[in-house]
Design a protein around this ligand. Structure first.
Ligand code: SF4
Ligand code: SF4
Length: 218
């Protein structure tokens, strides 16, 4: 079964613990996706670097016609002080429209690292600028410790945790968000707050025992 499960919820609801336990129970890869991943930092090994391209101009060929800026869908292509095009790294999505549009062939794509994949103790860590693209392409089965709510949009099922009235409100909002985006949702009460390396309890927290049969339906 290539099930993709994301564990989401407000901070302090035990996402990391539950994600770890579930990944063991399901025999799935645990995935941690963050701009800066935190688990097992000292032990992790680089598995893969993911590249895309950032356009760069050849000033010998460029006519400074501005066509490349005009076709850029994200307004990433600005002009430098001499009027030559300059792609802003934070806005450029590497769509290559500008490269294709340039009548002079004056733009070339320079490789840049946008994400890195690490592995440590069986945990897959994906770290970088374009985590959404990485998650979309990551084959299951996996259980994601969804640090940011939007990452759960790439799962089949979002397990949304709560452990008090405040986190229940957050869970309900998240559930609406996921349902609208065609992600199945299970809202689960979790009393376990233990998390992180060295503080991981054995077995699923008692109130999650019923989750496994529910997941078998997906
Ligand atoms: S479209 Fe080509 S020639 Fe025109 S400004 Fe851009 S890089 Fe220069
Ligand atoms: S690659 Fe696409 S997003 Fe990047 S500067 Fe060119 S047109 Fe804009």
């Amino acid at each position: 079964m290539d099930l993709k499960v994301a564990v989401a919820g407000a901070g302090g609801t035990g996402k990391t613990t539950v994600a770890l336990r579930l990944s063991e129970e399901l025999g799935a890869k645990l995935v941690e996706a963050k701009e800066r991943a935190e688990l097992f930092l000292e032990e992790r090994k680089l598995v893969k670097e993911v590249y895309d391209v950032l356009p760069a101009v050849d000033k010998e060929k460029c006519l400074r016609c501005n066509l490349c800026s005009a076709v850029c869908p994200t307004r990433a292509m600005v002009r430098d002080w001499e009027g030559y095009p300059l792609a802003l790294e934070g806005l450029c999505t590497s769509c290559s429209s500008c490269i294709v549009a340039c009548p002079q062939g004056a733009l070339v794509g320079r490789a840049r690292v946008v994400a890195r994949i690490y592995e440590a103790r069986g945990v897959l860590q994906i770290e970088g600028r374009d985590l959404k693209a990485l998650l979309k392409g990551l084959e299951g089965p996996w259980v994601l410790d969804a640090d940011r709510p939007e990452y759960a949009l790439f799962a089949d099922v979002a397990l949304v945790l709560y452990n008090d009235a405040r986190s229940l409100l957050v869970a309900e909002r998240l559930a609406r968000f996921y349902s609208k985006n065609d992600v199945e949702v299970l809202i689960i009460e979790n009393e376990s707050r233990e998390a992180g390396p060295g503080r991981i309890p054995k077995g699923l927290p008692p109130r999650l025992d019923h989750v496994l049969p529910l997941l078998e339906n997906f």
